[in-house]
Ligand binder design. Structure first.
Ligand code: HEM
Length: 219
């Protein structure tokens, strides 16, 4: 059922959110100096957005809008991914296949982080900030390749987001390839919303082989 109050509620919540975020942005920008490039605090999203610009209403509004985008884009995606990661690990209780995967994950974590969970955070922080002999930052993937493969495989089978693109009305027709190789001619896509379904693309044996449905971080 259509809720006639809903648009008003949305406006009210947006107003509240904008006010609270404006306070946060003001506090952050006045608490430390603008980005110097060396200060880690100066590398925050807000500092990068505000770099070299006068702190006026327009800038505040832009920072608040950007902050909302990042919270929307970054929160549900990562939360959904984390619960799928836990789900895939939990299968080790009843699946021998997943038990092997979990054992490999634990082995990698014990090797890198040591046996004490309490020390893991400190080691993780030093890993992400560590540099190679050439002075370049060492990517975490280099230290935890199986963990990254596990995350990638979870993202493949359980993609938390998708995308849609609107095709302009004036767009010319395109020719679509067909798996059989048959000529399909030109397809008019002007004005359409194109949705590449990640769930299907990531489970298609044509792309991933006959075991496309198998959870296998080693692939
Ligand atoms: C598992 C985690 C994540 C996944 C799977 C994911 C996936 C995606 C995808 C598919 C898009 C493209 C959407 C589109 O163009 O229609 C996108 C865009 C974006 N994501 Fe993420 N994302 C993740 C985490 C994050 C985080 C943590 C942040 C920020 C803190 C973030 C910020 C953004 C932003 C700002 C865009 C828009 C970029 C642009 O078009 O200018 N994402 N993300």
């Amino acid at each position: 059922m259509v809720d006639p109050i809903r648009p008003l509620k949305a406006l009210f919540y947006e107003y509240v959110l904008n006010r609270k975020f404006t306070v946060v942005v003001k506090e952050v920008l006045s608490s430390t100096e603008h980005d110097t490039g060396t200060n880690p605090e100066g590398k925050s999203i807000i500092h990068l957005a505000a770099r070299d610009k006068p702190l006026d209403t327009a800038l505040l509004r832009t920072c608040v809008d950007q902050l909302k985008s990042f919270i929307f884009a970054g929160l549900d995606t990562t939360a959904t991914l984390i619960q799928w990661l836990c789900y895939e690990m939990s299968k080790a209780f009843y699946s021998a296949h997943h038990a092997v995967i979990l054992a490999r994950l634990r082995e990698e974590h014990d090797t890198i982080f040591g046996p004490a969970p309490s020390s893991a955070l400190g080691i993780l922080a030093s890993l992400t900030g560590s540099s190679s002999s050439s002075g370049r930052e060492v990517p975490l993937a280099q230290s935890l390749p199986y963990t990254i493969a596990f995350i990638n495989e979870t993202l493949r089978l359980r993609p938390p987001v998708a995308t849609v693109r609107a095709v302009p009305w004036g767009a010319p027709p395109i020719s679509l390839p067909h798996p059989s190789g048959a000529e399909h001619g030109r397809v008019d896509i002007a004005g359409l919303q194109i949705y590449p379904p990640p769930y299907l693309i990531y489970r298609n044996p044509h792309n991933w082989g006959p075991d496309a449905h198998l959870f296998s971080p080693s692939r």
